[in-house]
Design a protein around this ligand. Structure first.
Ligand SMILES: *Cc1c(COP(=O)(O)O)cnc(C)c1O
Length: 368
Protein backbone atom coordinates (compact mmCIF):
# COMPACT_ATOMS: atom_id res chain seq x y z
CA UNK A 1 0.00 0.00 0.00
CA UNK A 2 2.66 2.48 1.09
CA UNK A 3 4.73 1.84 -1.98
CA UNK A 4 1.79 2.50 -4.31
CA UNK A 5 1.02 5.74 -2.55
CA UNK A 6 4.56 6.99 -2.85
CA UNK A 7 4.62 6.23 -6.56
CA UNK A 8 1.44 8.19 -7.19
CA UNK A 9 2.82 11.16 -5.33
CA UNK A 10 5.97 11.12 -7.41
CA UNK A 11 4.12 10.97 -10.74
CA UNK A 12 4.92 13.99 -12.84
CA UNK A 13 2.02 15.87 -14.36
CA UNK A 14 1.16 14.29 -17.71
CA UNK A 15 -0.35 15.79 -20.84
CA UNK A 16 -3.21 13.63 -22.03
CA UNK A 17 -3.82 13.84 -25.76
CA UNK A 18 -6.00 10.75 -25.53
CA UNK A 19 -9.40 11.00 -27.21
CA UNK A 20 -11.37 10.03 -24.12
CA UNK A 21 -11.04 10.22 -21.25
CA UNK A 22 -8.88 13.15 -22.17
CA UNK A 23 -7.05 15.86 -20.30
CA UNK A 24 -9.45 17.72 -18.02
CA UNK A 25 -10.33 21.34 -18.72
CA UNK A 26 -7.82 23.60 -16.94
CA UNK A 27 -10.37 25.02 -14.49
CA UNK A 28 -11.66 21.61 -13.31
CA UNK A 29 -9.05 21.44 -10.55
CA UNK A 30 -10.39 24.67 -8.99
CA UNK A 31 -14.04 23.67 -9.43
CA UNK A 32 -13.45 20.25 -7.85
CA UNK A 33 -11.93 21.87 -4.77
CA UNK A 34 -14.84 24.28 -4.53
CA UNK A 35 -17.30 21.41 -4.98
CA UNK A 36 -15.77 19.54 -2.04
CA UNK A 37 -15.67 22.69 0.10
CA UNK A 38 -19.30 23.38 -0.68
CA UNK A 39 -20.25 19.70 -0.20
CA UNK A 40 -21.78 19.38 -3.66
CA UNK A 41 -21.56 15.52 -3.65
CA UNK A 42 -23.89 15.43 -0.63
CA UNK A 43 -26.59 17.65 -2.16
CA UNK A 44 -29.99 16.05 -2.42
CA UNK A 45 -31.12 15.62 -5.99
CA UNK A 46 -34.62 16.48 -4.77
CA UNK A 47 -33.61 19.83 -3.31
CA UNK A 48 -33.75 23.42 -4.54
CA UNK A 49 -29.99 23.69 -5.10
CA UNK A 50 -29.97 20.73 -7.47
CA UNK A 51 -33.02 22.04 -9.31
CA UNK A 52 -31.29 25.37 -9.84
CA UNK A 53 -28.17 23.55 -11.03
CA UNK A 54 -30.07 21.50 -13.62
CA UNK A 55 -31.92 24.52 -14.93
CA UNK A 56 -28.81 26.67 -15.09
CA UNK A 57 -26.73 23.96 -16.79
CA UNK A 58 -29.42 23.50 -19.44
CA UNK A 59 -29.66 27.26 -20.03
CA UNK A 60 -25.89 27.66 -20.27
CA UNK A 61 -25.58 24.72 -22.65
CA UNK A 62 -28.29 26.15 -24.87
CA UNK A 63 -26.45 29.45 -24.94
CA UNK A 64 -23.07 27.83 -25.68
CA UNK A 65 -24.26 25.58 -28.49
CA UNK A 66 -27.27 27.52 -29.77
CA UNK A 67 -29.85 24.85 -28.95
CA UNK A 68 -33.51 25.86 -29.52
CA UNK A 69 -35.47 26.82 -26.40
CA UNK A 70 -38.09 24.13 -26.77
CA UNK A 71 -35.57 21.24 -26.82
CA UNK A 72 -35.05 19.22 -23.64
CA UNK A 73 -31.70 18.43 -22.03
CA UNK A 74 -31.47 15.10 -20.20
CA UNK A 75 -28.62 13.67 -18.13
CA UNK A 76 -27.63 10.04 -18.70
CA UNK A 77 -24.76 7.87 -17.51
CA UNK A 78 -22.88 7.45 -20.79
CA UNK A 79 -23.20 8.03 -24.50
CA UNK A 80 -23.49 4.33 -25.19
CA UNK A 81 -26.57 4.60 -22.98
CA UNK A 82 -27.76 7.57 -25.08
CA UNK A 83 -27.58 5.37 -28.19
CA UNK A 84 -29.80 2.76 -26.54
CA UNK A 85 -32.29 5.33 -25.23
CA UNK A 86 -32.60 6.96 -28.65
CA UNK A 87 -33.35 3.67 -30.39
CA UNK A 88 -35.80 2.54 -27.71
CA UNK A 89 -37.68 5.82 -27.67
CA UNK A 90 -37.84 6.77 -31.34
CA UNK A 91 -37.84 3.55 -33.37
CA UNK A 92 -40.72 1.16 -33.55
CA UNK A 93 -39.37 -1.01 -36.35
CA UNK A 94 -36.65 0.41 -38.58
CA UNK A 95 -33.61 2.64 -38.19
CA UNK A 96 -31.09 3.80 -40.79
CA UNK A 97 -27.43 4.18 -39.87
CA UNK A 98 -24.54 5.95 -41.59
CA UNK A 99 -21.49 3.88 -40.70
CA UNK A 100 -18.15 5.66 -40.58
CA UNK A 101 -16.34 3.67 -37.90
CA UNK A 102 -16.67 1.64 -34.73
CA UNK A 103 -18.92 4.06 -32.85
CA UNK A 104 -21.54 4.26 -35.56
CA UNK A 105 -21.36 0.44 -35.75
CA UNK A 106 -22.02 0.36 -32.02
CA UNK A 107 -25.27 2.31 -32.38
CA UNK A 108 -26.41 -0.01 -35.19
CA UNK A 109 -25.53 -3.08 -33.13
CA UNK A 110 -27.56 -1.71 -30.20
CA UNK A 111 -30.54 -1.24 -32.50
CA UNK A 112 -30.18 -4.87 -33.62
CA UNK A 113 -29.99 -6.09 -30.04
CA UNK A 114 -33.21 -4.19 -29.40
CA UNK A 115 -34.66 -6.23 -32.28
CA UNK A 116 -35.13 -3.38 -34.72
CA UNK A 117 -34.58 -3.73 -38.44
CA UNK A 118 -31.29 -2.00 -39.12
CA UNK A 119 -30.22 -0.55 -42.45
CA UNK A 120 -26.54 0.31 -42.70
CA UNK A 121 -24.91 2.58 -45.22
CA UNK A 122 -21.14 2.30 -44.99
CA UNK A 123 -18.63 4.97 -45.98
CA UNK A 124 -15.81 3.91 -48.30
CA UNK A 125 -12.80 3.01 -46.16
CA UNK A 126 -11.13 6.37 -45.86
CA UNK A 127 -13.44 8.91 -47.40
CA UNK A 128 -16.91 10.15 -46.66
CA UNK A 129 -20.40 9.48 -47.94
CA UNK A 130 -21.74 10.43 -51.32
CA UNK A 131 -25.30 11.45 -50.53
CA UNK A 132 -26.30 11.02 -54.15
CA UNK A 133 -25.73 7.30 -53.76
CA UNK A 134 -27.90 7.04 -50.66
CA UNK A 135 -31.58 6.27 -50.64
CA UNK A 136 -33.29 5.98 -47.34
CA UNK A 137 -36.36 3.76 -47.45
CA UNK A 138 -39.75 5.15 -46.58
CA UNK A 139 -40.14 2.90 -43.56
CA UNK A 140 -36.96 4.12 -41.82
CA UNK A 141 -38.08 6.15 -38.80
CA UNK A 142 -34.71 7.41 -37.63
CA UNK A 143 -31.50 8.46 -39.40
CA UNK A 144 -28.52 7.89 -37.11
CA UNK A 145 -25.39 9.92 -37.84
CA UNK A 146 -22.00 9.91 -36.12
CA UNK A 147 -20.61 13.37 -36.68
CA UNK A 148 -17.06 12.52 -35.70
CA UNK A 149 -16.23 8.83 -35.57
CA UNK A 150 -13.45 8.71 -33.02
CA UNK A 151 -12.15 5.37 -34.30
CA UNK A 152 -11.40 6.63 -37.82
CA UNK A 153 -11.27 10.43 -37.51
CA UNK A 154 -13.84 10.71 -40.29
CA UNK A 155 -16.42 13.49 -40.09
CA UNK A 156 -19.96 13.72 -41.41
CA UNK A 157 -20.41 17.16 -42.97
CA UNK A 158 -23.12 19.44 -41.60
CA UNK A 159 -24.24 20.28 -45.13
CA UNK A 160 -25.16 16.57 -45.50
CA UNK A 161 -27.19 16.66 -42.29
CA UNK A 162 -29.18 19.65 -43.53
CA UNK A 163 -29.65 18.07 -46.95
CA UNK A 164 -31.02 14.92 -45.32
CA UNK A 165 -33.43 16.98 -43.22
CA UNK A 166 -34.66 18.65 -46.40
CA UNK A 167 -35.06 15.36 -48.25
CA UNK A 168 -36.64 13.46 -45.38
CA UNK A 169 -38.45 16.02 -43.21
CA UNK A 170 -40.72 13.36 -41.68
CA UNK A 171 -37.85 11.27 -40.30
CA UNK A 172 -36.07 11.93 -37.02
CA UNK A 173 -32.34 12.64 -37.17
CA UNK A 174 -29.97 11.66 -34.36
CA UNK A 175 -26.37 12.94 -34.22
CA UNK A 176 -23.58 11.53 -32.07
CA UNK A 177 -21.54 14.61 -31.08
CA UNK A 178 -19.48 12.80 -28.47
CA UNK A 179 -16.03 13.76 -29.72
CA UNK A 180 -16.96 16.94 -31.63
CA UNK A 181 -18.89 18.98 -29.03
CA UNK A 182 -18.51 21.82 -28.11
CA UNK A 183 -16.43 22.54 -31.23
CA UNK A 184 -19.20 21.53 -33.60
CA UNK A 185 -21.32 24.49 -34.79
CA UNK A 186 -24.25 22.21 -35.66
CA UNK A 187 -27.62 23.86 -36.30
CA UNK A 188 -29.64 21.94 -33.73
CA UNK A 189 -32.96 23.04 -35.21
CA UNK A 190 -32.21 20.66 -38.12
CA UNK A 191 -31.85 17.57 -35.90
CA UNK A 192 -33.99 15.87 -33.29
CA UNK A 193 -31.50 14.14 -31.05
CA UNK A 194 -27.88 14.89 -30.19
CA UNK A 195 -25.61 13.70 -27.41
CA UNK A 196 -22.11 13.94 -25.98
CA UNK A 197 -20.09 12.69 -23.01
CA UNK A 198 -18.27 14.86 -20.48
CA UNK A 199 -14.86 13.18 -20.70
CA UNK A 200 -14.13 14.23 -24.27
CA UNK A 201 -14.32 17.85 -25.48
CA UNK A 202 -15.69 19.30 -22.25
CA UNK A 203 -12.82 17.89 -20.19
CA UNK A 204 -14.70 16.69 -17.12
CA UNK A 205 -14.53 13.23 -15.52
CA UNK A 206 -16.41 10.36 -17.22
CA UNK A 207 -19.83 9.22 -16.07
CA UNK A 208 -22.11 11.87 -17.55
CA UNK A 209 -23.74 12.04 -20.95
CA UNK A 210 -25.98 14.86 -22.12
CA UNK A 211 -28.86 14.06 -24.45
CA UNK A 212 -30.65 16.83 -26.32
CA UNK A 213 -34.17 15.99 -27.49
CA UNK A 214 -36.55 17.89 -29.81
CA UNK A 215 -40.31 18.18 -29.19
CA UNK A 216 -40.89 15.87 -32.21
CA UNK A 217 -38.68 13.14 -30.73
CA UNK A 218 -40.47 13.44 -27.38
CA UNK A 219 -43.79 13.10 -29.16
CA UNK A 220 -42.59 9.99 -30.95
CA UNK A 221 -41.62 8.37 -27.63
CA UNK A 222 -45.04 9.14 -26.21
CA UNK A 223 -46.72 7.67 -29.28
CA UNK A 224 -44.68 4.46 -29.03
CA UNK A 225 -45.55 4.17 -25.36
CA UNK A 226 -49.25 4.69 -26.11
CA UNK A 227 -49.00 1.85 -28.64
CA UNK A 228 -47.76 -0.46 -25.89
CA UNK A 229 -44.18 -0.62 -27.19
CA UNK A 230 -41.43 -1.07 -24.62
CA UNK A 231 -39.47 2.21 -24.52
CA UNK A 232 -37.46 1.32 -21.41
CA UNK A 233 -38.13 2.19 -17.79
CA UNK A 234 -36.64 4.96 -15.65
CA UNK A 235 -34.74 6.62 -18.49
CA UNK A 236 -37.47 6.64 -21.12
CA UNK A 237 -38.13 10.10 -22.57
CA UNK A 238 -41.56 10.71 -21.00
CA UNK A 239 -40.23 9.84 -17.52
CA UNK A 240 -37.12 11.98 -18.02
CA UNK A 241 -39.32 14.83 -19.24
CA UNK A 242 -41.81 14.54 -16.37
CA UNK A 243 -38.92 14.86 -13.94
CA UNK A 244 -37.30 17.63 -15.95
CA UNK A 245 -40.44 19.71 -15.65
CA UNK A 246 -39.48 19.98 -11.94
CA UNK A 247 -35.73 20.17 -12.81
CA UNK A 248 -35.25 16.73 -11.36
CA UNK A 249 -33.99 13.38 -12.61
CA UNK A 250 -35.66 9.97 -12.18
CA UNK A 251 -32.64 8.52 -10.35
CA UNK A 252 -29.81 9.91 -8.23
CA UNK A 253 -27.70 11.50 -10.96
CA UNK A 254 -24.01 12.32 -11.16
CA UNK A 255 -24.48 15.63 -9.34
CA UNK A 256 -20.74 16.32 -9.12
CA UNK A 257 -20.29 15.89 -12.89
CA UNK A 258 -23.28 18.14 -13.59
CA UNK A 259 -21.76 20.75 -11.27
CA UNK A 260 -18.43 20.54 -13.12
CA UNK A 261 -20.16 20.72 -16.51
CA UNK A 262 -22.06 23.83 -15.47
CA UNK A 263 -18.85 25.52 -14.36
CA UNK A 264 -16.82 24.48 -17.39
CA UNK A 265 -19.56 25.77 -19.72
CA UNK A 266 -19.49 29.08 -17.81
CA UNK A 267 -15.73 29.24 -18.33
CA UNK A 268 -16.11 28.42 -22.02
CA UNK A 269 -18.73 31.14 -22.42
CA UNK A 270 -16.30 33.62 -20.89
CA UNK A 271 -13.69 32.54 -23.46
CA UNK A 272 -16.28 32.72 -26.21
CA UNK A 273 -17.25 29.72 -28.30
CA UNK A 274 -16.12 31.42 -31.52
CA UNK A 275 -12.63 31.81 -30.10
CA UNK A 276 -12.57 28.17 -28.98
CA UNK A 277 -13.64 27.03 -32.44
CA UNK A 278 -11.08 29.20 -34.19
CA UNK A 279 -8.29 27.95 -31.93
CA UNK A 280 -9.34 24.36 -32.57
CA UNK A 281 -9.16 25.00 -36.32
CA UNK A 282 -5.72 26.59 -36.01
CA UNK A 283 -4.34 23.76 -33.89
CA UNK A 284 -5.80 21.18 -36.28
CA UNK A 285 -4.24 22.90 -39.27
CA UNK A 286 -0.79 22.95 -37.69
CA UNK A 287 -1.03 19.34 -36.55
CA UNK A 288 -2.22 17.99 -39.90
CA UNK A 289 0.47 19.93 -41.73
CA UNK A 290 3.07 18.43 -39.40
CA UNK A 291 1.80 14.88 -39.93
CA UNK A 292 1.66 15.36 -43.70
CA UNK A 293 5.16 16.73 -43.95
CA UNK A 294 6.84 14.24 -41.62
CA UNK A 295 7.71 11.03 -43.47
CA UNK A 296 7.02 8.81 -40.45
CA UNK A 297 3.37 9.79 -40.28
CA UNK A 298 0.35 10.23 -42.51
CA UNK A 299 -3.27 11.14 -41.72
CA UNK A 300 -5.54 8.08 -42.00
CA UNK A 301 -8.25 10.11 -43.77
CA UNK A 302 -6.74 11.18 -47.08
CA UNK A 303 -9.33 13.74 -48.18
CA UNK A 304 -8.80 16.91 -46.13
CA UNK A 305 -12.46 17.83 -46.35
CA UNK A 306 -13.46 14.82 -44.24
CA UNK A 307 -10.73 14.98 -41.60
CA UNK A 308 -11.71 15.49 -38.00
CA UNK A 309 -10.35 18.68 -36.42
CA UNK A 310 -10.94 17.29 -32.89
CA UNK A 311 -9.67 13.69 -33.02
CA UNK A 312 -6.80 13.08 -35.42
CA UNK A 313 -6.15 9.53 -36.52
CA UNK A 314 -2.61 9.14 -37.84
CA UNK A 315 -0.86 6.18 -39.45
CA UNK A 316 2.64 5.57 -38.15
CA UNK A 317 5.21 4.01 -40.46
CA UNK A 318 6.52 0.88 -38.78
CA UNK A 319 3.84 0.84 -36.08
CA UNK A 320 2.74 3.17 -33.30
CA UNK A 321 3.73 1.30 -30.16
CA UNK A 322 7.30 2.55 -29.91
CA UNK A 323 6.20 6.16 -30.48
CA UNK A 324 3.53 5.94 -27.80
CA UNK A 325 5.95 4.42 -25.32
CA UNK A 326 8.64 6.98 -26.05
CA UNK A 327 6.20 9.86 -25.52
CA UNK A 328 4.79 8.29 -22.36
CA UNK A 329 8.30 8.26 -20.84
CA UNK A 330 8.29 12.06 -20.94
CA UNK A 331 4.72 12.37 -19.73
CA UNK A 332 2.89 12.79 -23.04
CA UNK A 333 0.06 10.36 -23.53
CA UNK A 334 -1.40 9.93 -27.01
CA UNK A 335 -4.10 7.43 -27.90
CA UNK A 336 -3.41 4.13 -29.59
CA UNK A 337 -5.29 3.20 -32.75
CA UNK A 338 -8.78 1.81 -32.35
CA UNK A 339 -9.40 -1.94 -32.38
CA UNK A 340 -7.40 -3.70 -35.08
CA UNK A 341 -5.44 -0.50 -35.73
CA UNK A 342 -4.20 -0.33 -32.13
CA UNK A 343 -0.51 -0.59 -33.05
CA UNK A 344 -0.77 0.98 -36.51
CA UNK A 345 -2.18 4.38 -35.58
CA UNK A 346 -1.90 7.03 -32.97
CA UNK A 347 -4.91 9.15 -32.12
CA UNK A 348 -4.44 12.72 -30.97
CA UNK A 349 -7.20 14.74 -29.36
CA UNK A 350 -7.46 18.45 -30.13
CA UNK A 351 -9.99 19.60 -27.55
CA UNK A 352 -10.49 23.06 -25.96
CA UNK A 353 -8.24 22.01 -23.06
CA UNK A 354 -5.24 21.38 -25.32
CA UNK A 355 -3.09 24.49 -25.72
CA UNK A 356 -1.02 25.51 -28.72
CA UNK A 357 2.05 25.30 -26.47
CA UNK A 358 1.31 21.66 -25.61
CA UNK A 359 0.78 20.86 -29.27
CA UNK A 360 4.10 22.43 -30.18
CA UNK A 361 5.82 20.33 -27.51
CA UNK A 362 4.13 17.22 -28.90
CA UNK A 363 5.28 17.97 -32.44
CA UNK A 364 8.82 18.68 -31.30
CA UNK A 365 9.02 15.33 -29.52
CA UNK A 366 7.49 13.52 -32.49
CA UNK A 367 10.02 14.96 -34.90
CA UNK A 368 13.04 13.95 -32.83
C1 LIG B 1 -16.44 7.84 -26.71
C2 LIG B 1 -17.52 7.80 -27.71
C3 LIG B 1 -18.76 7.22 -27.43
C4 LIG B 1 -19.05 6.52 -26.14
O1 LIG B 1 -19.07 7.39 -25.05
P1 LIG B 1 -19.21 6.77 -23.57
O2 LIG B 1 -19.30 7.96 -22.68
O3 LIG B 1 -17.96 5.95 -23.35
O4 LIG B 1 -20.41 5.93 -23.55
C5 LIG B 1 -19.74 7.27 -28.41
N1 LIG B 1 -19.51 7.85 -29.61
C6 LIG B 1 -18.32 8.42 -29.92
C7 LIG B 1 -18.14 9.06 -31.26
C8 LIG B 1 -17.29 8.41 -28.98
O5 LIG B 1 -16.12 8.97 -29.29
Amino acid sequence: MNKVKKQTQKTKKRSYFTVGPSQVYPTVDKHLRTAIREQIPSLSHRGKEFQAMYQRTEELLKELLGIPDDYAVFFLGSSIEAMERIIQNTVEKTSFHFIDGAFSQKAAAIAEELQKTVIRHEAPRDSSFDLKKVTIPKNAELIFITENDTSTGLIFLHEYVYELKKQYPEKLIAVDLVSSAPYSPLDFSQVDLAFFSGQKGFGIPAGLSVLIVSPAALKKAEALKAKGINIGTYHNFPTLQKNREKWMTPETPNVLAIYLLQNVIEDMLKQGIEKIRKETDNKAKILYRFFEENKHFSPFIKDQKFRSPTTLVIEVVGGSKEVRERLAKVGIIVGSGYGENKDLHIRVANFPTHTMAQIKTLMKLLSS
